[in-house]
Design a protein around this ligand. Structure first.
Ligand code: SF4
Length: 524
């Protein structure tokens, strides 16, 4: 028999954000996965995504459970919510990368009753059971669960007409070790690839609901490179070679399955640049309707690549050639560049813009080097600040995410030749030039064909810039607010461009082991 307290309680799952746009670009997958992990007797969780609209605190009552997922960028807003929810008498539980790295911080500053570290889906029912019993533990170790047990999202809970893209994960973990990235340390270096049928079922459900644009929200969609296979063969390590070949074969099986989806389906993912030297893989991506990928270019010089431990990337002309290879397979590249690396010089900004333009990348993002916790860069930077780091408003710089947004510095690491303002101004100028109307219009010609599609391309480019450049780089809050308002206005017509016709009767053959086509493994 359920207690009355149990029946009255509501589970709130909250994705914090200090800016709301009314419409979201990509569905925050974790909300829907954790909703799946919530046992039915607890009722349907209330999902709140503050990138759509701010939380109404009046909805949280004594005895409710409030689950807050945080990464470093939204931790401070998450803590504000947690403190207020605890004051309202709710049980407050944190999860996500940042909470996994700083569980004590969530307790000290965010009002946490409990923190879940690692993958949350398996341990979540236990957390709820303990909250209902009035005795949540301080911490729950979610660990790294195996891919067979990854859960699909509860897409039946999606609010109608609020997101442009669906999101599905196919693999967790990345074998690389880039110095600015925490993925390989938090999700691990062993790729955990989901079963093809599980991925397919989830995608079909989203397509039935009218999502024809879907992000494959993977750490690295190309976890095994031809170079990895060659190296395993050279080392005469048959077990490792076999393991890598199996992962590669699974990727192809997945792409074969995705190829069956309706022609107008569009996937976007993230991969390393090494995929450019693997035409068989790129061709399979094209057949699988994967039309775009975020590619971490990071730096255009060998020195810059060394700075970020990304020596496997190319630089100079070879970089341009590699990026162009993606376009030959109908794959649009969102090139990601980092500014403020120790080897950067004032000329690096123009050189990077020139590479982005000559290489024909369709979209680009220019981010300033930021030491995010969990990365090698952060560890070295924190150490360099010493025992008594400088403070902003009483907050040590080494805890920069706790500095209120309006006062948060934009550049953290001392640079040998440029001031923080110079790096920020030059970065802003590169965004402005790449996304100027004439530049976007010129790019649209190579990206799409009809006039209508070119106009849509302009709208999408502009909204991308407003959402990701001005709200992240601008120092004055007036500019951030203006940008958020502008993005809000453009977001509604933009979402309509992405919406597809619902296909409630869509059926796709399951990709059982017997049905996936045999593939010749590459000669190494
Ligand atoms: S930046 Fe990309 S390639 Fe590098 S470790 Fe992170 S996920 Fe892997």
């Amino acid at each position: 028999m359920l207690s009355s307290r149990f029946l009255l309680m509501i589970i709130h799952l909250i994705n914090p954000s200090h800016v709301s746009f009314g419409v979201g670009v990509i569905t925050p997958r974790w909300l829907y996965v954790l909703a799946s992990a919530t046992p039915a007797p607890y009722g349907t969780p209330a999902l709140i995504d503050e990138t759509l609209e701010p939380l109404d605190m009046a909805t949280i009552r004594r005895g409710d459970v409030v689950g807050i997922g945080i990464h470093t960028g939204n931790a401070l807003r998450g803590y504000e919510i947690g403190v207020a929810a605890r004051a309202a008498g709710a049980y407050v539980v944190y999860g996500g990368i940042h909470a996994s790295l700083f569980p004590d911080e969530a307790r000290e500053l965010g009002g946490a009753h409990a923190v879940v570290t690692g993958d949350g889906e398996r341990v979540w029912p236990e957390v709820l059971r303990d909250c209902v019993a009035g005795a949540p533990r301080d911490q729950y170790a979610g660990g790294r669960i195996e891919a067979e047990t990854f859960l699909a999202g509860r897409w039946d809970l999606l609010p109608a007409g609020r997101y442009m893209w669906g999101s599905v994960q196919t693999v967790r973990g990345c074998p690389k070790h880039c110095s600015f990235c925490s993925v390989w340390r938090t999700d691990g270096q062993r790729p955990r690839a989901r079963l093809v049928d599980h991925v397919l079922d989830e995608i079909v459900e989203l397509r039935r609901r009218g999502f024809r644009f879907i992000a494959l929200a993977d750490d690295n969609f190309y976890p095994v490179t031809l170079g990895d296979l060659r190296m395993a063969a050279r080392r005469k390590d048959p077990a490792q070679l076999e393991r890598l070949q199996a992962i590669r074969a699974e990727r192809f099986a997945l792409m074969d399955a995705l190829a069956q989806l309706p022609e107008d389906t569009v996937f976007f993912t993230q991969i390393t640049m090494e995929a450019a030297e693997d035409p068989e893989f790129l061709e399979a991506m094209r057949r699988a309707h994967i039309r775009g990928a975020l590619v971490g270019v990071e730096a255009v010089t060998p020195e810059g690549l060394k700075d970020v431990h990304k020596d496997f990337n190319e630089s100079g002309e070879a970089l341009v050639t590699r990026l162009q290879a993606f376009r030959r397979h109908d794959l649009h590249v969102l090139g990601s560049f980092i500014f403020g690396l120790p080897s950067d010089r004032p000329g690096t900004f123009d050189a990077s813009l020139a590479v982005a333009e000559r290489a024909g990348v369709t979209f680009a993002q220019f981010v300033m080097l930021t030491p995010f916790p969990g990365t090698l860069d952060f560890a070295a930077w924190e150490k360099s600040l010493g025992a008594d780091p400088p403070c902003v408003g009483g907050v040590p710089l080494s805890r920069h995410w706790l500095i209120p947004q309006a006062h948060r510095p934009k550049v953290y690491m001392d640079h040998p030749v440029m001031s923080p303002d110079e790096i920020r101004d030059r970065t802003q100028a590169v965004w402005d030039r790449f996304y100027s109307l004439p530049s976007i219009w010129a790019r649209s010609r190579g990206a799409v064909s009809s006039l209508k599609a070119r106009l849509a391309f302009v709208l999408i480019s502009k909204i991308y810039r407003q959402m990701y450049a001005n709200t992240g780089i601008a120092t004055d809050s007036a500019r951030v607010n203006r940008s958020a308002r502008w993005a809000r206005l453009m977001a509604v017509p933009c979402r309509r461009l992405f919406a597809g016709r619902p296909m409630p009767d869509l059926r796709i053959a399951r990709a059982t082991a017997e049905s996936s086509s045999p593939r010749t493994l590459p000669v190494v």
